[in-house]
Design a protein around this ligand. Structure first.
Ligand code: HEC
Length: 113
């Protein structure tokens, strides 16, 4: 019964080697999910990636929020996107789930230069 054991070890080693790049890939997938949500919810009507439109660019927002530190930045972005900014054209987005808000925040923060 030596052979199956070796196969098992080989399988474990292969899994381990694949696990590292896979973790990176899923992080990337989350960021692109955030971008897809921004597209879907028409945020690009008022925000460009670069350059001010009706609202500030996502790159500028990334720089501004990232200055708070990652945890605070994500919470503040979640809050602003969820509730909007009263007295400005920035609308509330009450239908976005917490997970979706996090994905959007992660995508915005990924644009920081
Ligand atoms: C109708 C135009 C409009 C749409 C649509 C819009 N925004 Fe905004 N957004 C603005 C404006 C204008 C501001 C600047 C508000 C201010 O003066 O503080 C802003 C500000 C923000 C801010 C920064 C808030 C702060 O405290 O500085 C974030 C983050 C943001 N928008 C994300 C989004 C996302 C994500 C979406 C899509 C779900 C979205 N916006 C859709 C107009 C819009």
């Amino acid at each position: 019964m030596k052979t199956p054991r070796i196969h098992l070890l080989a399988a474990l080693a292969a899994t381990f080697m694949l696990a590292v790049p896979a973790a990176h890939a899923s992080e990337k997938a989350d960021v692109s999910a955030g971008r897809a949500l921004v597209q879907q919810h028409a945020c690009f009507t008022c925000h460009a990636i670069e350059g001010t439109k009706v609202g500030p660019s996502f790159t500028d927002l990334a720089t501004k929020f990232a200055a708070m530190g990652e945890d605070k930045a994500e919470k503040a972005l979640d809050q602003d996107v969820h509730a909007g900014v009263q007295g400005t054209p920035m609308p509330p987005n009450p239908t976005l789930s917490q997970a979706e808000l996090d994905q959007i925040a992660d995508w915005i923060l990924s644009l920081k230069k």
